[in-house]
Design a protein around this ligand. Structure first.
Ligand code: ATP
Ligand code: MG
Length: 255
């Protein structure tokens, strides 16, 4: 998968590998230069969180799975960082939940949308959306507002990993149930989400898929109970507390 020489015993192995995948994404034309900066910010927060999935984040990932399974039209939004880091994993999540994949970029160019769609197809995706771009999110400037009419525009539940604050807010105002994956619990995007998942996409996406497989045969009432019991304020507060108090305390986390 990678041509860099990082010994697995290196204490920063996972983080260096992640960084390298983003670099490769830039070289392949699927990740933007801004994506490199976003990666740097993410790494800093992940470091402070102890590079583990908090049990509060695991709860959010289970609630996210329940929302996706209950949805009429669930859509997973894919940007350049997500495509570089977890292409096979978003395809598997789409399969586990019956969601569509839609390429949706902050710095949109048709060339990059096509490159990402192709990259996802190489990882097993069929019917990737985002190329039609025949609808607009109200209240957002032109290029960043573009979405597919039968995709994000019509979705009732959207999973938006690493979404920017403005667009997260605008999607919320359209009445959609938003699930945001973002390592920064203070960022506007997770704070506007119905389900903020404060975790690395590398851990979060496969874990939402695992919960979805686990819940596949659950009935609607059970899924709705999981959705209702989830407390977004408590999840955000727990992640902030983990960062401020030092997440490294053993027993505070599960992973
Ligand atoms: P703000 O939300 O504070 O106004 P921003 O969201 O515009 O700033 P960006 O650099 O665009 O700033 O945000 C990138 C976001 O993506 C950061 O909050 C960062 O923590 C998050 N992020 C980056 N990499 C990952 C990752 N692998 N998994 C989850 N979140 C990530
Ligand atoms: Mg943000």
């Amino acid at each position: 998968m990678s041509d860099i020489e990082v010994p697995e015993s290196h204490p920063r192995y996972q983080s260096l590998l992640t960084r390298h995948r983003i670099e490769e994404g830039v070289e392949k034309g699927i990740t933007s230069a801004q994506g490199l900066i976003a990666e740097g910010r993410g790494e800093a927060f992940d470091y402070l969180l102890g590079e583990r999935t908090l049990s509060s984040a695991d709860g959010a990932e289970r609630a996210a799975a329940a929302h996706l399974l209950l949805a009429r039209r669930p859509v997973i939004s894919v940007n350049g960082n997500v495509a570089a880091l977890v292409p096979g994993e978003v395809v598997a999540l789409a399969e586990a939940t019956g969601a569509d994949l839609e390429v949706n970029l902050f710095n949109r160019t048709d060339e990059r949308v096509r490159a990402i769609a192709e990259h996802l197809r190489e990882h097993g995706a069929t019917g990737v959306k985002g190329l039609t771009a025949d609808a607009r999110i109200p209240g957002i400037d032109h290029e960043r507002a573009k979405v597919d009419g039968d995709g994000i525009y019509d979705a009732d539940v959207v999973l938006v990993p690493l979404e920017d604050g403005d667009r997260a807010e605008a999607l919320g105002e359209m009445g959609k149930t938003e699930i945001v994956i973002d390592l920064n619990p203070l960022s506007r995007s997770p704070r506007t989400a119905a389900v903020p998942v404060i975790d690395n996409v590398i851990r979060a996406v496969p874990n939402v898929a695992a919960h979805a497989r686990d819940l596949r045969d659950a009935d609607g009432a059970d899924l709705r109970a999981i959705v209702e019991e989830f407390d977004s304020e408590a999840a955000l507060a727990d992640a902030e507390r983990a960062i401020r108090d030092g997440a490294a305390t053993p027993g505070e986390r599960e992973g």
